[in-house]
Design a protein around this ligand. Structure first.
Ligand code: NAP
Length: 431
């Protein structure tokens, strides 16, 4: 029998315990598919006395995760603590410094420190794997890095946050308000007590930076990425979008062309007839287009202990079979420092909802300012049923125009005294 791949696990929460369970229950399968058997040697977490959902008693316990990272018997450290900095980063750096490959599920750390860690790994001929950090159980990094690696990726879209997708899907199904659905999501365990990281788009942005890097061989750049979350979306917008044949999704989007990288996260109207529109509830989905392969879409569970552990296992199995790959598809020295595209120059169609006082000529005032800026209206509606106490919505979509133009137009319209609320602007994605 070949030498085992000796693994140390740091973090024994939702994901960590699922990894233990898979290794303990899938023994036959793992034996057949791994050149070297995967063997847990040591574990570490914050509180040794805490009840765990998996039996960790057979393994050496390290109170200090850094001692585990330095343990000379261990070949691979799996980091499942989380957090951009702190103990997670210390553990990964220490493991690499001590000649151990690292597997992690940590998108925040990888988005901010991934290149430095990759350089550390590459210099020592070690691996740094993070399939679980993006879209949970969906093996999207492998697809981009391996299965579709001969393609130039023309565009990439993702629905990458289960909390937001659950909220938007439920709003569309029930007509309930954002606030009510968020509270329900918290009760069901789909949203954190402080959901800002998810609903403000930060989680999605970190995953997008990693996906872009894998798709385009660019330095992951989470700091120059346009991010707008779903806070403040109204049930009226969700219903109005449906009325004109669209659904609203929090999308992550990347495109790279001639040194310019467009990366953005925002709630967008996407046409009902495309498959991505039907990635619902807590599911994630990624749609990308390669110049030779054409469109590929994958969907599945983007979070949860078992799906995430499944992705971690894929990385461990690679290591057990000597499959070493560059963390960002290409060597760190070949990563491109792309120029970020300003959102100002972005061009698409727009959805705008105005709340107007019901006075004669109100619509024509809005239409005149749009025309002054050459913003052409594609559809326009004043739903009779939504007339309320002298206030009526005006919902329109535009033909394509530049973001800077629509923003300037709206700032002029905002100055009109017929407006009762800030206009809601959403992008209509050109699929
Ligand atoms: N949960 C998901 O669905 C999911 C999906 C994709 C990616 N991820 C990523 O997976 C990672 C783990 O997530 P999780 O949901 O499993 O988290 P979790 O349930 O909160 O578990 C975190 C673990 O880290 C340990 N820990 C925390 N601080 C520590 C410290 N200072 N020293 C040692 N151990 C410490 C905790 O120890 P105690 O148990 O003793 O408190 C716990 O076992 C994160 O990077 C997360 O972003 C999670």
């Amino acid at each position: 029998m070949k030498n085992p791949l000796r693994v140390g696990l740091v973090g024994l929460g939702t994901v960590g315990c699922s990894v233990v369970s898979i290794i303990q229950t899938q023994t036959d399968l793992l034996r057949k598919i791994c050149d070297h058997p995967i063997e847990i040697l040591a574990v570490s977490a914050r509180d040794r006395t805490r009840h765990r959902h998996a039996d960790v008693s057979p393994y050496t316990w390290h109170d200090d995760p850094l001692a585990l990272a330095r343990d000379p018997r261990i070949d691979v450290v799996v980091e499942m603590v989380g957090g951009q900095n702190g103990i997670a980063l210390d553990v990964c750096q220490a493991a690499l410094a001590h000649g151990k490959s690292v597997v992690t599920a940590n998108k925040a750390m990888m988005a901010h420190h991934g290149v430095a860690l990759a350089l550390q790994a590459e210099t020592k001929g070690l691996s740094l794997c993070y399939e679980a950090a993006v879209a949970g159980g969906i093996p999207i990094l492998k697809m981009l890095r391996e299965g579709s690696s001969a393609n130039t990726i023309e565009s990439l879209y993702g629905i990458l946050n289960g909390t937001c997708n659950y909220i938007l899907t439920t709003m569309a199904k029930t007509g309930a308000s954002f606030e009510d659905v968020l509270e329900e999501a918290k009760r069901l365990g789909y949203a954190e007590a402080d959901p800002s990281f998810d609903i403000d788009g930060i989680d999605t942005a970190q995953k997008l930076a990693l996906l872009s890097s894998m798709a385009y061989g660019v330095v992951p750049d989470v700091n120059n990425l346009y991010v707008e979350g779903i806070r403040g979306l109204s049930a009226a917008d969700v219903a109005a979008a449906e009325d004109i044949g669209y659904v609203i999704k929090l999308i992550a989007k990347a495109r790279y062309h001639r040194g310019i990288l467009h990366q953005a996260v925002y709630p967008a109207l996407i046409p009902n007839h495309i498959p991505l529109a039907h990635v619902d509830d807590v599911f994630n989905g990624v749609l990308f287009k390669g110049d030779f392969v054409g469109e590929i879409m994958v969907t599945g569970r983007g979070a949860g202990g078992d799906p995430t552990a499944s992705a971690i296992m894929a990385d461990l199995i690679d290591l057990a079979n000597h499959r070493h790959v560059y963390p960002f598809k290409v060597s760190v020295r070949d990563l491109i420092q792309a120029k970020p595209e300003s959102m100002d120059t972005y061009t698409c169609r727009y959805y705008v909802r105005f709340m107007l006082r019901d006075v004669a000529g109100a619509v024509s005032h809005v239409a005149r300012i749009l025309a002054d800026h050459d913003v052409s209206i594609r559809s326009l509606k004043q739903p009779e049923a939504e007339y309320h106490q002298g206030i009526v919505p005006l919902i329109l979509t535009t033909h394509e125009c530049q973001e800077s133009v629509i923003q300037k137009t709206l700032s002029e319209i905002r100055a009109l005294d017929i407006l009762c609320d800030d206009p809601k602007l959403l992008r209509v994605e050109p699929f």
